[in-house]
Design a protein around this ligand. Sequence first.
Ligand SMILES: *[C@@H]1O[C@H](CO)[C@@H](O)[C@H](O)[C@H]1NC(C)=O
Ligand SMILES: *[C@@H]1O[C@H](CO)[C@@H](O)[C@H](O)[C@H]1NC(C)=O
Length: 263
Amino acid sequence: MLLLLLLTSAFVLVPWTGAGRIIGGWEVKRHSRPYMAYLIIENGVETSFCGGFLIRPDAVLSAAHCVDIKGKLNITVILGAHNVHGRERSQQKIRVTQWVIHPKYSREDDNNDIVLLKLKPKARINRNVQFISIPRSNEYVRIGTKCKVAGWGLTSETGNRTNVMREVELKVQNGTICQKTFQNYQRQSMICVGDDSSNKASYLGDSGGPLVCKQKAHGIVSYGPEDKLFPEVYTRISYFVPWIREQLRKFALQELPDSLSSD
Ligand SMILES: *[C@@H]1O[C@H](CO)[C@@H](O)[C@H](O)[C@H]1NC(C)=O
Ligand SMILES: *[C@@H]1O[C@H](CO)[C@@H](O)[C@H](O)[C@H]1NC(C)=O
């Protein structure tokens, strides 16, 4: 199983050659995906990168494995970016001081690979920074639906990097295909996705980004096979909607003066 976060240390990429990147995709039109977030996760020794997406002015969703890293973490979210290394006036950089990993997240099999990051200060919503809707609880996305995933992950299996946001179109697949490849695949809480001709995929650095189907974020980039590009597993957001709503309520309570809520 290949987790799709990107560490700066080049050596970690070597045993991973063979999976998919935003491979076979294209550069998006600037600011056409204003919900996209770029996560920089530092633990003092290493820095890793992930995607994420804004679902409210004060909340970004991403993959739990992106922040399941040893040490004291410094997490920075960049919103409104096209070129993450460019000096863009559209960018909002927010230091994240609070995040909630799903209580049943499992590092061993990447079940429940979802984290909610709280933004304080909140993002300023404008033309370049906006949020995206998530599905209703148990709203299923049909097999065969064409969805898009964007990110700043590697663009080739040989480790080509990109500074600008890229995107690829992938199809929702029958879960049976993922069950055959991954022992721990869970139909309820995961979505099986990919391009069966195996020349398009999300890849290292794309973890945490949204799978967008009909203008809603239905999935979160989670993991793929180590030796090929197909199929890939995304966290199924609809399954987690009750948990997400509960966390958002807690975030809101914290903002009330003299809040009685302490967590
Ligand atoms: C990766 O980068 C190299 C050097 O810049 C380039 O020649 C090659 O075509 C790139 N490969 C892909 C798949 O983009
Ligand atoms: C998924 O594939 C299995 C096995 O090929 C098949 O029995 C099942 O009907 C398929 N499910 C859907 C919803 O197409």
